[in-house]
Design a protein around this ligand. Structure first.
Ligand SMILES: Cc1cc2nc3c(=O)[nH]c(=O)nc-3n(C[C@H](O)[C@H](O)[C@H](O)COP(=O)(O)OP(=O)(O)OC[C@H]3O[C@@H](n4cnc5c(N)ncnc54)[C@H](O)[C@@H]3O)c2cc1C
Length: 265
């Protein structure tokens, strides 16, 4: 690998070099980093950045949803290492003081329309798919006018095991202090997580139950799906059968359906 500290010069108009200033590991293959952009990086909650490393004179890069609120001067990412993946095995060893490359512009239209006050918003994530929702929730806390409650939001996050939620403490504590927000973490392998006493099943398996509970209905609810393509396909079809139309179901798919990792590497 080339020195990731250096942006290859023909690429310097597109990329900047960002220092990792914090790292937090949630589980063996799941971690968060906070990086300092060289120049202020304006984005909307729900957008993603393109992160990479220099390799053989090129940049090996992938999109990563931004966890931090747009108001935060540092950018935060929640990343899963994919065994046999091209980039994440290179990102995984990087720690505080190391650098990575980032495209200078954010991308993405997920959640671009903001959250209407007259709807209940159901955020559905698998593992790292919580990232854009965390950004939106952090922004709602920072930017809501005093005395004005943010729109009603429910976050349903699925994971195999509870350590994979990553932001569980933050989300649980927000739910405790905020009448406008509920957090439902659900574990799909409870037999391997004996201390787990919360919801069980995959996110799409419990979606109908929580859509009933929180009134996610045509004209009244909005659903945002992020992460695993299987969850997105399953949840979309449940919501379509419920009568929600395409304008009421938003999605951000992290990889193509049917393309699972090989587990090698
Ligand atoms: C808009 C967008 C936002 C994204 N945000 C995030 C994020 O916040 N955090 C994050 O960790 N990833 C995110 N991803 C996925 C990320 O871009 C990479 O695809 C992922 O990190 C794997 O990169 P890789 O080069 O190591 O593996 P690759 O060599 O690209 O892929 C190896 C195989 O793994 C599959 N795969 C990719 N991601 C996963 C996954 N999470 N679980 C299982 N299989 C997978 C691929 O389809 C492929 O078959 C996002 C993707 C998109 C499109």
């Amino acid at each position: 690998m080339e020195d990731p500290q250096r942006v290859p010069s023909p690429l310097s108009d597109k990329y900047e070099c960002c220092e990792i200033v914090e790292r937090h590991d949630f589980a063996a293959d799941l971690w968060a980093v906070r990086i300092r952009p060289e120049t202020p990086f304006a984005f909307r909650a729900g957008q993603y950045a393109t992160l990479g490393i220099a390799l053989d004179g090129r940049v090996l890069e992938r999109p990563y949803s931004i966890v931090s609120a747009p108001e935060d001067p540092l950018l935060e990412f929640f990343i899963e290492r994919i065994p046999g993946g091209a980039l994440t095995p290179h990102l995984f060893p990087l720690t505080v003081g190391d650098t990575l490359l980032m495209r200078k512009r954010p991308k993405g239209v997920f959640m671009r329309q903001g959250l209407a006050r007259d709807r209940v918003h159901m955020f559905v994530a698998t593992v790292t798919g919580v990232a854009p929702f965390a950004s939106m929730l952090r922004q709602l806390q920072i930017c809501s006018d005093p005395g004005e409650e943010p729109p009603r939001v429910v976050l349903l996050q699925g994971a195999s095991l509870s350590p994979e939620f990553g932001y569980r403490e933050e989300m649980s504590s927000l739910a405790e202090s905020s009448p406008w927000f509920d957090f439902v973490p659900t574990v799909s392998r409870p037999w391997a997580d004996p201390d787990w006493d919360g919801e069980t099943g995959r996110a799409e398996d419990v979606l109908r139950k929580y859509s009933d509970r929180f009134g996610i209905l045509p004209g009244k609810g909005m659903v945002y799906l992020c992460g695993h393509p299987g969850m997105i396909a399953g949840a979309r079809s449940i919501m379509t059968r419920r009568g929600l139309d395409d304008s009421e179901i938003m999605e951000e798919q992290y990889w193509p359906e049917g393309k699972e990792p090989t587990g090698e590497g």
